[in-house]
Design a protein around this ligand. Structure first.
Ligand SMILES: Nc1ncnc2c1ncn2[C@@H]1O[C@H](COP(=O)(O)OP(=O)(O)OP(=O)(O)O)[C@@H](O)[C@H]1O
Ligand SMILES: [Mg+2]
Length: 278
């Protein structure tokens, strides 16, 4: 099957810099899968997101080599406006996401759809659905700038989902959120996966990645150093050397329980393993 998104030998250097911050990165994303992306600070995760969304090189300029393609078509065949309908992107900083031209959460969610020329009745129906899905009904009439960081993050995500893109890039979507709201975002991710979306999720909370992702990718100093099934990657201690983390329970089991056929990734799995060995 053709990958939905494909990167080949991507190398990127910011304007006025001499060293590339993305260095020969290649990978394919399969449609309908959730990819968790981890790695150290400044390893190039956000830069990679900008490349996949077409913001690099169109907005940031700099020097981009290699090929990015969406369903077999080079990304630079389309401009960033056209790509919005196919690739959604929620920024690491939710403040950047709010358009600044709309006075209410309701209008903010509809804004991208207006730009794509979606029919009014369809637009209203979709906004209503999203307000419920993202638990934003009570905030519908509020000014997006008067929301908390977490609420902004939910509005930003709702505005993206509104455009019904096939690929959704989320750069640390839960960084402003408490544990309950973080779980809520992961439930939405599960819902989006069920709807067939491909999700590229940069996120440090590995316990949740262990539960929700199909695959994990590890970035280190501008390179993609590991990519594979969630279980394979998140039980591999090399992740720690690359500046990533492993689930607490997995680390504990690796240290305390010695060699096992299957290393537990979640508390539930650890519990079963402990019962089995008792
Ligand atoms: N606009 C820019 N101009 C020049 N260098 C930049 C720019 N933006 C980022 N960089 C550099 O590129 C490298 C990768 O940064 P990037 O933000 O992609 O990393 P990251 O993995 O997302 O980090 P974090 O975990 O802190 O979010 C860093 O060394 C950073 O200083
Ligand atoms: Mg980042």
């Amino acid at each position: 099957m053709m990958p939905i998104l494909s990167l080949k030998n991507i190398r990127y250097t910011y304007p006025l810099e001499t060293e590339p911050v993305i260095n020969d990165v290649s990978f394919d994303l399969e449609a309908g899968k959730v990819y968790g992306v981890i790695g150290g600070n400044e390893s190039g995760k956000t830069t990679l997101c900008n490349i996949m969304r077409g913001f690099i090189p169109e907005l940031y300029k700099g020097e981009l080599a290699g090929e990015v393609s969406l369903k077999g078509r080079p990304l630079n065949d389309s401009n960033i406006g056209e790509l919005a309908a196919h690739i959604g992107y929620s920024f690491q900083n939710p403040f950047t996401q709010i358009s600044g031209v709309k006075d209410t959460v309701y209008e903010e969610i509809a804004y991208g759809m207006e730009n794509l020329g979606i029919a009014r009745d369809q637009m209203i129906q979709r906004v209503e659905e999203l307000l419920t899905l993202f638990q934003l009904n009570e905030l519908a009439d509020k000014n997006p700038f008067e929301l908390s960081g977490g609420q902004k993050q939910r509005v930003a995500l709702a505005s993206i989902v509104a455009l019904d893109p096939e690929v959704i890039i989320l750069d640390e979507p839960t960084s402003q959120l408490d544990p309950k709201s973080t779980e809520d975002i992961f439930k939405i991710i599960k819902h989006l996966k069920k709807a067939g979306k491909t999700i590229f999720l940069v996120e440090h909370k590995v316990d949740l990645l262990a539960e929700y992702c199909d695959e994990i990718m590890v970035m280190s100093a501008g390179k993609l150093v590991m990519k594979g099934q969630t279980r394979e990657i998140l039980t591999d201690k090399r992740v720690l050397d690359y500046g990533g983390q492993l689930p607490q329970v997995t680390l504990y089991c690796l240290e305390a329980m010695g060699h096992q056929e299957v290393v537990p990734l979640t508390v539930t799995e650890a519990f079963s393993a402990l019962k089995g060995s008792a």
